[in-house]
Design a protein around this ligand. Sequence first.
Ligand code: SF4
Length: 204
Amino acid sequence: MEISPIVQNENNIFLTPSEIMEYLFCPRFIYFIHCLNIPQHEEQRYKVLMGREVHKKKSKMNKDYLREKIGCIKRELLVYMVSERYHLKGEVDEILFFKDNTIAPLDYKFTEYKERLYRTHKIQSILYSLLIMDNYGSQVKRGFLCYVRSKNLLKEIVFKDGDFEKINDIIKEIVFIIQKGYFPKGTHYKNKCVDCCYKNICTK
Ligand code: SF4
């Protein structure tokens, strides 16, 4: 039996950074999850939930440490935000406030730093920046990542103007899929399909 896609009002669509990462892994994930209401395997959800718990514990452990080295004068921890303008929702590990009145997100990564910045980490930082800009009314020009397994190594990402536009375009593509029930093309990288939980229902 063919399932009809669920069509949603654009104003009710709020995406988490994880959902945007899933879209970048394969655009069809968004269609299966949001339009057909078929969740991923429970065990994957469980891993995500466990990851969140570790995140929270680590943030609490570092609660009293103010990042003076980088000129941070105040910080807020585990801030949940929603943005109607960007169709986003999510909790950022820390928001850092600086003497020059700028603000930046800080995201803990439970991986080692491997001499290069992962594209996915940068995109997540941009998404938190969009949430901050819309909720705090401040420009965000940089983000920070803390690599816990590299002795809490702190890395700065300086954003370019075009970075925000590119991510906003990706968000618009996702909103279009959910709003119209549009069935997108799958990933070009067919090796991703081998372990995919949707491989039995996905027409490649
Ligand atoms: S089977 Fe492949 S194309 Fe289909 S949803 Fe999974 S990763 Fe995407």
